[in-house]
Design a protein around this ligand. Structure first.
Ligand SMILES: C[S@@+](CC[C@H](N)C(=O)[O-])C[C@H]1O[C@@H](n2cnc3c(N)ncnc32)[C@H](O)[C@@H]1O
Length: 300
């Protein structure tokens, strides 16, 4: 550590972090201490001048550097990008390492608000589909899912309802995500059409009962957000998920996971929808119970 950094409170916090990591495990009574160190570091030093020190710690301590552990997997990005199908499905299924020490860190990871919000959005989507199924007498209900990832949500929906009137068209860029989803969907795979394509190139050619997207638009800048959203102007109902700017887990995601999102408030989402050409009276903002995953709903 440089002398300059050593003499600051950032230096003290880095030493505290190292001490925690040296213990190997993170018992529950240390959860709040770990959170405090991370959030104070993030707050005190938003330029992350301590990046090199953290990088050194990653080499030394598997807790923050190994992809065998949730927070390490977030950082390593073994599929080449943040928020891949593997980490998202491990969040959905509450995956914990078998290794007793790693397990304690995974317990911490899953107790954070952001992973809770991700699990809640799966429930939110399934409840939405259930509502549509109750309101709809049609023989076929067609949902367009943009950036579908692991499709755990679709699998659970079919398992829970067996409503085979539903057909999903999933646009997904990563072929490995599609292969993974096809595998977990089992027999329900016949209810799903996969289009392996970059969303930037996708233009809908039919009308769907619902257009859904979670975990995609929060990676877009505002221009891209409005440009892509505007392509769905002829659709009946569009719902776009975006993490809120009030995400209490943001510092942890950025410092430990190097996982960056474009956080947006409800007001900002309304504004972007208006910029994309939608009418004010058709726009509504919804959320899951933690209020961290917001949903821009446009029903026309
Ligand atoms: C955070 S995951 C969300 C998965 C799913 N929507 C969910 O909520 O469970 C993001 C997914 O978006 C896909 N993706 C990222 N950029 C994309 C793009 N430009 N076009 C299509 N898919 C994309 C990734 O491959 C990944 O599977």
């Amino acid at each position: 550590m440089t002398q300059e950094l050593q003499n600051t409170s950032t230096g003290t916090l880095l030493k505290d972090l190292k001490m925690l990591l040296m213990k190997g495990e993170l018992p529950e009574h240390e959860f709040s201490r770990y959170s405090e160190i991370i959030s104070t570091l993030h707050h005190l030093n938003p330029q992350q001048e301590y990046k090199e020190e953290i990088q050194e710690m990653r080499k030394q301590f598997p807790a923050i550097g190994s992809d065998m552990i949730m927070q390490g997997l977030a950082f390593v990005k073994k599929h080449g990008y943040a928020g891949d199908y593997e980490i998202i499905d491990k969040i959905y299924t509450n995956w914990h390492s078998d290794h007793p020490e790693f397990r304690t860190w995974d317990k911490y990871f899953h107790s954070q608000v952001a992973p809770q919000a991700v699990r809640n959005r799966k429930t939110f989507f399934k409840e939405l589909l259930l509502e549509i199924s109750k309101e709809n007498q049609n023989e076929r209900i067609h949902v367009l899912n943009l950036a579908s990832g692991p499709c755990r949500d679709i699998l659970e929906f079919f398992d829970e309802t067996n409503d085979l009137r539903f057909h999903f068209t999933c646009v997904e860029l990563d072929p490995n995500a599609i292969a993974y989803a096809k595998n977990i969907l089992g027999d329900y795979v016949s209810q799903v059409t996969f289009i392996q394509q970059n969303i930037f190139r996708f233009v809908p050619t039919e009308q769907y009962d619902l257009v859904w997207s979670a975990g995609l638009f929060d990676y877009f800048d505002d221009n891209t957000f409005t440009k892509i959203l505007a392509r769905f102007k002829n659709q009946k109902h569009v719902i776009i998920g975006n993490f809120s700017d009030a995400n209490p887990t943001g510092g942890y995601m950025e410092l430990i996971g190097e996982w960056y999102l474009n956080y947006r408030s409800a007001g900002k989402l309304r504004l972007l929808a208006k910029d994309a050409g939608y009418k004010k009276e058709h726009i509504r903002i919804m959320h899951e119970p933690t209020e961290v995953n917001l949903f821009l709903s446009i029903k026309q």
